[in-house]
Design a protein around this ligand. Structure first.
Ligand code: URA
Length: 264
């Protein structure tokens, strides 16, 4: 029988591990040699003394990723490079799960987003929430939502090439942290800006593209769908293709799509 102090030690270690595991998915846990020895004596399966080094590309713990995103967000709040800071109330960095499999990317914050400092919180945002919750049966907190531009352009005009030039690196850094399985561009502006093309949404949707190696799908912007509800059916087709990839039912074939990649 283990001694009472051993049991206390085990309880403390298990509590610490549970806390740690709540933040990270790891292949193994590290135990002190005494606990490992004791467990070995009561359990047939081998005990791993050291946690293996994370495989390359493996995700860091949740909190670490959230902190990395917060650090980029802090830079964005200070950013004055393109001049949009002059008219902004708030920067709108992004919201959601820092290790989401799916990232939605819109164009730029609108008036309500600028007021609240959060993406897609106006009428278009409510439709996006419906797509996620009612259509995909997920929660908004399960995905990550952001925009190409982090500041609102005056009168909601289209982003200028200069604004995209300065802001896109923040998006790239967000994606590097999150490492999603799929990016879904919402609307023509986000799709064209990120894929560096002038092709229409109609031509860009319906196939997989690659954005810095990440499978990239284009669908209609929720604001457009509010004005053109007949196209909701096509949006739902796009979302279903994304869900098949997220569920592991299909592998995105990016062979027939555009490739956006930094050359140096
Ligand atoms: N439209 C966008 O493209 N992004 C938002 O955050 C809100 C509306």
């Amino acid at each position: 029988m283990p001694k009472p102090e051993d049991i206390q030690k085990i309880v403390r270690e298990v509590a610490a591990l549970v806390k740690q595991e709540a933040k990270a998915t790891r292949g193994a846990v590290t135990l002190s040699p005494e606990v490992a020895e004791w467990l070995q004596s009561v359990h047939e399966s081998p005990v791993v003394y050291e946690s293996p080094a994370p495989e390359s590309g493996a995700h860091a713990p949740h909190q670490e990723l959230a902190d990395e995103l917060a650090a980029i967000d802090a830079e964005v709040r200070q950013c004055t490079q393109c001049g949009l800071n002059a008219g902004r109330r708030n920067t709108v960095f992004g919201a959601g799960n820092s290790r989401a499999d799916l990232v939605f990317v819109g164009e730029a914050p609108g008036a309500e987003e600028d007021r609240q400092g959060a993406p897609f919180v106006g009428r278009a945002g409510m439709l996006l929430t419906d797509i996620i919750v009612k259509g995909m049966k997920m929660r908004r907190e399960d995905v990550y939502i952001c925009n190409v531009l982090k500041c609102r352009p005056p009168e909601n005009r289209d982003p200028s090439p200069e604004e995209v030039y300065y802001c896109e690196p923040y998006l790239l850094r967000q994606l590097e942290v999150i490492q999603p399985k799929v990016i879904c561009a919402l609307g023509r502006i986000a799709a064209q800006t990120l894929l560096k093309t002038t092709e229409s949404t109609g031509k860009l949707r319906g196939r997989w593209h690659s954005y810095h190696g990440i499978p990239f799908r284009v669908t209609y912007h929720p604001a457009y769908l509010l004005r053109n509800p007949a196209d909701k059916k096509k949006c739902w087709e796009d979302i279903q293709e994304i869900m098949k990839v997220l569920n592991g039912e299909s592998t995105p074939d990016m062979g027939g799509g555009l490739i956006a990649q930094r050359l140096i």
